[in-house]
Design a binder for this molecule. Structure first.
Ligand SMILES: *Cc1c(COP(=O)(O)O)cnc(C)c1O
Length: 367
């Protein structure tokens, strides 16, 4: 019996593959001492906008900053409300919170685990300004349904695409469906920097210009500050590493899709539920999350067999202590709560071998 553990995520294989190419670019960043913003970041922005099919991309220091600046560029602030799915990473509600606005949490559906569009309208008040839809685990949310609500109630739509670089909804890549889309290049994301990073994509020139100013101390002309701004610039090394890795992204995403396809078709254990994939979406499978009513026993079974699980995410946003002042209680978002209590992430990354995928499937089916 071999004791090799199969990790949920291992970034080493990916970086072995691209290290030489990235280091060659790092040399150039050093030669130009272009460490903050600069030509290597601009070159990446251009490529990333092209990849997303949007006119513009503004690179920032991380995905949380992207969400913060998207709110500011839309003029969202004190007393405003922003609708968000309850089951997302905490950075989604940080965006409006940093801007002084209030996140309003909506439940997800029981099968796709995406924001439940049929539960949005009951949460809209005269203070509601925007909806942030999250393409969760790499799968696009129901964009048409959410967009229709935005149009009807005159709300902004922002995509949180931090887990969905390259995912498609009705054949179109995410990033251009709303006013803006926010991406993260945290190392573990499908496209991850050698460091931290984020970006906002948009087709609107005035948002684009405003975002450029906001990330750079509120200035368009050096040492003249027209509004309160932030130092949210991306570093040159991060930009250079992302430009190299972006060339590989579609290949890596396709490999994840192949792994996911095997999980979806070969995991046949009735005790395991998987995220339903609507036919008009093409997920990039940032994570492969399953649920089980017997989560504890399932996790024990996996770890005893050297398959290392993770949990995305164990506490839904509306029940986080940081938002206790908003007075949500258990039962407010039952599907998100079920998911939080019973979710288990299976190993998912492009470098997983076919043999390891077979091992995971066999062990899951034996539970
Ligand atoms: C990772 C992530 C973010 C935040 O990105 P950082 O770069 O870590 O700040 C935002 N939203 C979602 C859904 C994420 O998964």
């Amino acid at each position: 019996m071999d004791n090799k553990k199969i990790p949920c995520l291992d970034l080493k294989g990916q970086h072995q593959q691209v290290k030489a190419e990235i280091f060659a670019q790092f040399e150039k960043v050093f030669e130009n001492t272009a460490f903050s913003g600069g030509p290597f970041v601009s070159a990446f922005e251009e490529d990333f906008a092209k990849f997303c099919g949007t006119k513009y991309a503004v690179a920032v220091n991380n995905g949380t900053s992207a969400l913060h600046l998207a709110m500011l560029a839309l003029g969202i602030g004190e007393g405003d409300e922003v609708i968000i799915p309850a089951n997302t990473f905490i950075a989604t509600p940080w965006g409006p919170t940093y801007a002084g606005a209030i996140p309003v949490f909506v439940d997800c559906t029981s099968d796709t685990w995406e924001i439940d569009a049929s539960k949005i309208e009951e949460k809209i008040t005269p203070r509601t300004k925007a909806i942030i839809g999250v393409h969760l685990y790499g799968q696009p949310f129901d964009v048409d349904a959410v967009k229709a609500i935005c149009q009807k109630h005159n709300l902004f739509l922002v995509e949180d695409a931090a887990q969905a670089h390259g995912a498609k909804y009705k054949g179109t890549r995410v990033g251009g469906f709303g006013e803006m889309a926010c991406f993260s290049f945290y190392p573990g994301k499908n496209l991850g920097a050698c460091g931290e990073g984020g970006a906002i994509t948009t087709n609107n020139e005035s948002y684009y210009k405003h975002l450029q100013s906001l990330r750079n101390h509120g200035s368009t002309e050096r040492y003249y500050h027209d509004e309160v701004g932030y130092n949210y610039r991306m570093g040159g090394l991060e930009g250079a590493s992302l430009k190299v890795k972006l060339q590989y992204l579609e290949g890596w995403n396709n490999r994840r899709r192949a792994v996911a396809h095997r999980y979806l078709t070969e995991i046949t254990n009735p005790k395991i539920n998987m995220q339903v994939q609507p036919s008009d979406t093409e997920s990039i499978f940032h994570l492969f999350v399953v649920t089980s009513n017997e989560k504890e026993a399932f996790v024990k079974h996996l770890t005893e067999n050297n398959v290392m699980p993770a949990f995305h995410y164990p506490v839904p946003c509306h029940l986080q202590k940081a938002f206790a002042h908003l007075n949500y209680k258990k039962g407010d978002c039952i599907n998100a709560e079920y998911l939080a209590e019973n979710c288990v992430s299976l190993p998912m990354f492009a470098e997983l071998s076919d043999e390891d995928v077979s091992t995971v499937i066999g062990i899951v089916n034996k539970f």
